[in-house]
Design a protein around this ligand. Structure first.
Ligand code: PLP
Length: 363
């Protein structure tokens, strides 16, 4: 079976992890965490970075640090992974789902404008499948409302040379094994704000007041979502190689695009002017009736040993929520699929998959 993802582990990863496992204890317990967070903040040009156990936890900490809670609203796209809405709800706030742009599959700035209320505590644009939201427009509409960027899958994506995650108040990343670089499980939250980072670190230390002489005096309910050194060793090695992964992902996209890019009614990841995206998952959307529908296409490909992934569903369509008026998210959720995009894929493999897709759709 050709899977949709796939990690690339070299001698470097093995050497760093081995070193962390053997030597990364006592006074060396955070050596790799420190190196990894410094390298990562340099890479995305943020002032501070804090490594977490996952992208979900990075989002959770960012919102908690902003004080998101009961009575607050957080605006986010209806088409995203439900980790985004989960953390809003778990903090006691209300997710406000808005529609996405049909080209970028990312949050529509126009729709954000209409959804802002006095209760809006944060806005969460998402870099869907590595694609870039219109961040400059989102920031101009936000007018100072804090922005928590879900740039979980977007390591290596930029707009006008500015890295994903470094536009907003906070940027959040995931290093889950399915993403472009991995730490096993893991994530990162970045910000340029000294005070916010200080508060985030304090909250993630269970809200213990470390300014006192006494220990174990708690002044807030807190978290412990920080990354372990061994995971960070893996992450550092992956980060040192991530540009080659981005290069390969973009190559894979091109191979697909050459065959699938000009089919009427079929759309593929879109890169707006000024954007350079990591092409984490090359994805297609069936915008008209083809010979087969999305689900049938996925079944046929599976029978050929080709694994694909359906798009996220519009989250507001789930029973916990009131369904939002988000026709684009609903359409994409039911008609989009992610194609195999692992960095180890070869040109003949990608061309075989693309031709297979084309044949099933168009005959
Ligand atoms: C992967 C992903 C997450 C969650 O990251 P985890 O590390 O799995 O917790 C959140 N949002 C988006 C858009 C993602 O792609």
């Amino acid at each position: 079976m050709i899977l949709t993802g796939g990690v690339d582990i070299s001698e470097k990863e093995i050497a760093y992890v081995l070193d962390a496992t053997i030597n990364g204890w006592n006074e060396h317990h955070s050596d790799y965490v420190d190196k990894f967070t410094h390298s990562f903040s340099d890479y995305v040009t943020a002032k501070h970075a804090y490594a977490t156990t996952g992208g979900t936890q990075a989002l959770w900490l960012a919102l908690a640090t902003l004080g998101v809670g009961k009575g607050d609203e957080v605006i986010l796209p209806d088409l995203t992974y439900f980790a985004c809405s989960d953390v809003v709800v778990l903090l006691g706030a209300k997710p406000v789902f808005v529609d996405v742009d049909p080209l970028t599959w990312c949050i529509s700035p126009e729709k954000i404008k209409k959804a802002i209320t006095p209760r809006t505590k944060a806005i969460m644009p998402v870099w869907t499948y590595g694609n870039a939201p219109d961040m400059l427009e989102v920031m101009s509409i936000a007018e100072g409302i804090p922005i928590v960027e879900d740039s979980c899958p977007a390591v290596g994506s930029t707009v006008d040379g500015i890295h994903a995650g470094s536009f907003g108040t906070f940027g959040c990343f995931s290093f889950h094994g399915a993403k472009i670089m991995t730490t096993g499980f893991g994530g990162m939250v970045v910000t340029d704000d000294d005070d916010l980072m200080k508060r985030l670190v304090y909250l993630d230390d269970h809200g213990e007041d470390k300014s006192l002489d006494e220990r174990f005096i708690q002044t807030d309910i807190g978290y412990s979502f920080y990354m372990h050194n061994i995971n960070a060793a893996l992450g550092l090695a992956q980060l040192e190689r991530v540009d080659t992964f981005v290069h390969k992902k973009r190559q894979i996209f091109k191979w697909y695009e050459n065959i699938l890019g000009n089919i009427d009614g079929l759309s593929i990841n879109y890169e707006q002017k000024g954007a350079f995206t990591n092409r984490w998952l090359t994805s297609i959307v069936l915008n008209k009736k083809f010979r087969v529908d999305r689900d049938m296409l996925m079944r046929l490909l599976r029978d050929e040993g080709i694994d694909t992934r359906p798009f996220f569903r519009a989250i507001s369509s789930f029973k916990m929520y009131d369904e939002a008026d988000t026709p684009v998210s609903h359409h994409l959720g039911l008609n989009g699929l992610n194609l195999p995009s692992g960095v180890q894929r070869t040109q003949p493999e990608i061309e075989r998959i693309a031709l297979q897709v084309k044949t099933y759709l168009c005959g």
